[in-house]
Design a protein around this ligand. Structure first.
Ligand code: NAD
Length: 256
């Protein structure tokens, strides 16, 4: 018996990184999984590999959300789960952030999440689940990522309001708040075919050894296990909450 047997779950930004690991794990747990992304070649290949379906979806585009949901409903007749995982990160101090860049981040991270809730919740089965991907920077500040932190704080607001509005139908809405996780977002070497990815991962571990109590960067598989918990019945009495997964980073600072 899988924890998601009989359920149909959409994962956005699923072509790589945390979304890929969520799609893989959900599939292993018996779900029909729909991978949505703008990286069509990678998304199609992964879907074929794990026996899932791929749809092209730019999460900032309402029309594309409507099309994607139609594809899912036509293929499976139902939607039980949504993981709003797609996201982008840009580095700049606030005073140096061009408005276009700020809006680009808001469009994917915040509007994408809003449109996912708005488009999927009305057709979702009662008792369904929505997991929004916020961040460690959704609950605290971090210099040089102002647009990102603002959008991730907003994701927590959307999560709480959606949880209240959808609770009557038994739909639970929660948020993931990962700290540093070893994906292309934190480790762009993964996108460079010539790069020493393992060496870079070791370097990141060194960096996070100083910053994070558990002494290492997180793995996308670890975030996927939390997403599974929030998508399956194990979390049946939990809604409207942020779940920090950060190796203890947010717990405080050590002075010795
Ligand atoms: P990633 O860059 O590997 O994956 C992001 C995915 O989102 C990619 O597949 C990308 O193509 C997709 N995407 C980007 N724009 C999109 C759009 N407009 N429409 C659809 N898909 C789009 O990084 P990741 O770490 O796997 O990121 C997953 C989520 O986790 C993001 O929301 C990110 O903000 C969040 N997060 C990541 C970290 C980290 O350290 N990696 C920490 C906290 C939160």
């Amino acid at each position: 018996m899988g924890k998601l047997d009989g359920r149909v779950v959409i994962v956005t930004g699923a072509a790589r990184g945390q979304g890929e690991q969520e799609a893989r794990l959900f599939r292993e747990e018996g779900a029909e999984v729909v991978l949505a992304d703008v990286l069509d070649e990678q998304g199609e290949a992964l879907a074929t590999d794990i026996g899932a379906r791929y749809v092209h979806l730019d999460v900032g585009d309402e029309g594309q959300w409507r099309d994607a949901v139609s594809v899912v409903k036509n293929a499976y007749g139902r939607v039980d789960g949504l993981v709003n995982n797609a996201g982008i990160l840009r580095f700049d101090s606030l005073v140096d952030t061009p408005l276009d860049e700020f809006m680009q981040v808001v469009r994917v991270n915040q509007v994408g999440c809003f449109l996912g809730i708005k488009t999927v919740a009305p057709v979702m089965e009662d008792g369904g689940t929505i997991v929004n991907t916020a961040s460690y920077t959704g609950v605290t500040g971090m210099a040089a990522v102002g647009s990102y932190a603002a959008s991730k704080h907003a994701v927590l607001g959307l999560t709480r309001v959606a949880a209240l509005e959808l609770a009557g139908r038994g739909i639970r809405v929660n948020a993931l708040c990962p700290g540093a996780i070893d994906t292309a977002m934190s480790n762009p070497a993964q996108l460079d075919p010539g790069a020493d990815v393992e060496g870079m991962s070791r370097a990141l571990d060194q960096l996070y050894r100083k910053l994070v109590p558990l002494g290492r960067i997180g793995r996308p598989e670890e975030v996927a296990r939390l997403a599974l918990f929030l998508t399956c019945e194990d979390s049946s009495y939990i809604t409207g909450q942020p779940f920090v997964i950060d190796g203890g980073w947010l717990a405080g600072v050590s002075v010795v």
